[in-house]
Design a protein around this ligand. Structure first.
Ligand code: DGP
Length: 114
C-alpha cells in the first residue's frame, strides 16, 4: 500500500518521532501550524476515523488521544493548553488518508477554525 504515513511507521520515510508505542506513533508535522505541531497516528492503517470498524473505535481513538495527551505533557504544552484536531474526509480538510490526530500548541488558538 502506498501510504506516506505507513512508510513513516515502518521507518522507510524519515520523520522527527517524538513518541511511539505499540499502537501509535507521534511525529512532527512537516508543515507546522503552531510552535508545537505533532501528528499522532495509529500504527495500523485506517483511512479515516470513519473507516475504523465500530467495535474498534474506543480502542483505536482512545490510544491516539492517550498518546496525544502524553506528548502534550512531554513537550510542555499541557499546562498552557493545546488543541487536538482530527480532519476527516474532503469537507473535513483531510489531505493524508491515514487517520491522524493533530496536536497543536505553543500559541493562542482561535475559534471558529477555518
Ligand atoms: P490533514 O490535512 O489533516 O490530512 O493533515 C496532514 C498533515 O500531514 C499536514 O499538516 C502535513 C503533514 N504531512 C504531510 N506529509 C508529511 C510527511 O511526509 N511528513 C510529515 N512529518 N508530515 C507530513
Amino acid at each position: 500500500m502506498d501510504c506516506i504515513f505507513c512508510r513513516i511507521v515502518s521507518g522507510e520515510i524519515p520523520a522527527t518521532i517524538v513518541a511511539r508505542n505499540e499502537f501509535a506513533v507521534a511525529f512532527r508535522d512537516l508543515n507546522p501550524q503552531a510552535p508545537t505541531h505533532v501528528l499522532v497516528i495509529p500504527t495500523r492503517h485506517f483511512e479515516s476515523a470513519t473507516e475504523v470498524p465500530e467495535d474498534e473505535r474506543v480502542a483505536v481513538l482512545g490510544q491516539l488521544l492517550r498518546l496525544a495527551v502524553a506528548v502534550a505533557e512531554q513537550l510542555g504544552v499541557a499546562l498552557g493548553g493545546y488543541r487536538t484536531v482530527i480532519n476527516t474526509g474532503k469537507q473535513g480538510g483531510q489531505t493524508v488518508d491515514h487517520l491522524h490526530v493533530h496536536l497543536l500548541g505553543g500559541r493562542q488558538m482561535h475559534w471558529p477554525p477555518g
